[in-house]
Design a protein around this ligand. Structure first.
Ligand SMILES: Nc1nc2c(ncn2[C@@H]2O[C@H](COP(=O)(O)OP(=O)(O)OP(=O)(O)O)[C@@H](O)[C@H]2O)c(=O)[nH]1
Ligand SMILES: [Zn+2]
Length: 207
């Protein structure tokens, strides 16, 4: 155990433009070192290709570091719809930044368009979740980032983001509590109002 402190949510997030290109050779060398460190033989049959494979997998798993929300949430169009839009049960696979093991579950993303009825394509909400999930993360920060990006890019009247995940760092190691789920939420604007929030929550919880 360390002192148990977790990454501050205020950690400055680097802009994609400031992040150097993915260094596959470096990732590969690091994985080889890791295999040696745990006592494995990186030259044995089953492991020979593993460093290169893991390097490719990490490029995909952390691709969100090189994306910005505006890259995916571009299509906004005016339908004149001013009521709540909610996409629920968006599957999330992210990586805990403390242990570099997955946390996974679902995200529910809802918003109420502004008076112009400016909306986005439904798939773009799921793409936005991906941008933030594909980074070393903590669940709280990811939840906040999704909500704040929607506020910035859609200027909606309200936003509600709820994320429910199981953290494998709590299941397969450490405290070993498989099945526990962590629920985080971020609420903005009129979604804070009791009745509106209750409507969104009942839509999320309903089958
Ligand atoms: N708040 C928050 N904590 C997380 C998240 N992912 C992992 N953690 C926690 O981060 C903490 C890191 O604690 P440390 O004591 O530094 O690390 P550790 O010794 O590996 O802790 P244990 O997991 O308790 O064995 C643990 O309590 C994890 O459960 C997350 O998304 N949000
Ligand atoms: Zn962890």
């Amino acid at each position: 155990m360390t002192d148990g402190s977790i990454s501050p949510l205020s950690t400055p997030v680097r802009r994609a433009a400031d992040i150097p290109p993915y260094d596959a050779a470096r990732a590969e060398a690091a994985v080889r070192e890791l295999l040696l460190a745990v006592g494995e033989d990186p030259e044995r049959e089953g492991l020979r290709e593993t460093p290169a494979r893991v390097a490719r997998a990490y490029q995909e798993i952390f691709a969100g570091l090189r994306q910005e929300p505006e890259d995916v949430l571009t299509t906004t169009f005016d339908l004149g719809h001013e009521e709540m839009v909610l996409v629920k049960d968006i599957e999330v696979y992210s990586t805990c930044e403390h242990h570099l093991v997955p946390f996974h579950g679902v995200a529910h993303v809802g918003y109420i368009p502004n008076v112009d009825g400016r909306i986005t394509g439904l798939s773009k909400l799921a793409r936005l979740v991906e941008v933030y999930a594909r980074r070393p993360q903590v669940q709280e920060r990811m939840t906040t980032q999704i909500a704040d990006s929607l506020v910035e890019l859609l200027e909606p009247r309200g936003v509600l983001v709820v994320v429910q995940c199981e953290h494998l760092c709590m299941s397969m190691r450490g405290v070993r509590k498989p099945g526990s789920r962590t629920i985080t939420s971020a609420v903005r604007g009129v979604m804070r109002d009791g009745a509106t929030r209750a409507e969104a929550m009942s839509l999320i919880l309903g089958k």
